[in-house]
Design a binder for this molecule. Structure first.
Ligand code: ATP
Length: 277
């Protein structure tokens, strides 16, 4: 059927409780999609057009994928995920059919969230691309979104960090007409994320998540995850210097492990500046 083998069951390993610093964003998104997914009949009674597509806009590593998965889990709906560039490269020449297959599958499995990561690669601004294949794919995606007018209980969440590269037609009413911003977390956001990421780490009394959050300016969620992993490895090296060492009864991660890790991890924003310059 061209739909491929994506899982449609809701992910059970992601929860809204695992997402830090995005309180307002999560609330807004949940409100936007809960009724169209679960009670589309209510909207029809009021003559309202249901939301069909929401753009999740923000830099890599800010939790867009995590959020889409957690919302599916929270609302108890099915979930199909695809990554834009993979659809194109793996199924080159068949990408259109492939997209149609995914949308059909979602309709059959409603209520369902379709998550498209890196949508800019599937729907680049047609006035700026050369290839006919690329242009056809954009047109196909638009027509699939329009075809959704009759389909109830399917929402497409699409992530991008380059909204300005998208074909403008994608954002017309009835397509991706809602947009939610995933920003680089502020200090409090970083602290919340750190609290979540260290929940199951044995932290020493010396650890101050406040101080770490203060220092980690510009770090996004995936950067903070890297910091926590590196700190844990540093703690391991410190307490188990060789594979032959006697393993201590209790191992802890201390503040200097975190300070070391902070030096080693470069935040995504700085990395991307380097790439561009
Ligand atoms: P990309 O655009 O690169 O796909 P993304 O915005 O979808 O990035 P995720 O893939 O969701 O980011 O984040 C990567 C990982 O970083 C997550 O699995 C999670 O462990 C951690 N993470 C990112 N953001 C957060 C957050 N706000 N709270 C907790 N953990 C986060």
């Amino acid at each position: 059927d061209g739909g491929g083998s994506e899982e449609v069951t809701p992910p059970d390993d992601a929860s809204l409780k695992d997402i830090g610093g995005l309180g307002e964003v999560l609330k807004e998104l949940k409100e936007l999609i809960a009724i169209p997914l679960k009670r589309p009949d209510l909207l029809a009674k009021l003559g309202l057009e249901p939301t069909r597509g929401v753009l999740l806009v923000g830099p890599p590593g800010t939790g867009k994928t995590l959020t889409a998965r957690a919302l599916a889990e929270e609302l108890g709906v099915n979930y199909i995920a695809l990554v834009g560039p993979e659809v194109i490269s793996k199924y080159y020449g068949e990408a259109e059919q492939r997209l149609r297959g995914i949308f059909d599958k979602a309709a059959k499995n409603a209520p369902c969230i379709v998550f498209i990561d890196e949508i800019d690669s599937l729907a680049p601004d047609r006035s700026k691309v050369e290839g006919e294949v690329e242009k056809r794919l954009v047109a196909q995606l638009l027509s699939l979104m329009d075809g959704f007018a009759q389909t109830k209980g399917v929402i497409v969440l699409a992530a991008t960090n380059r909204p300005d590269h998208l074909d403008p037609a994608l954002r017309r009413p009835g397509r991706f007409d809602r947009e939610v911003q995933f920003r680089v977390p502020d200090r409090n956001g970083r602290k919340e994320i750190l609290q979540i990421l260290t929940r199951s780490m044995p932290l020493d009394d010396s650890v101050s998540l406040d101080a770490i959050a203060d220092s980690a300016v510009g770090f996004v969620g995936s950067d903070l995850k890297a910091v926590c992993q590196k700190a844990a490895y540093s703690a391991l090296r410190r307490q188990v210097p060789s594979l032959e060492s006697i393993i201590p009864d209790t191992m802890t991660v201390n503040q200097s492990d975190f300070l070391q890790a902070l030096k080693e991890v470069k935040p995504a924003v700085l990395r991307s500046v380097e790439v561009e310059s």
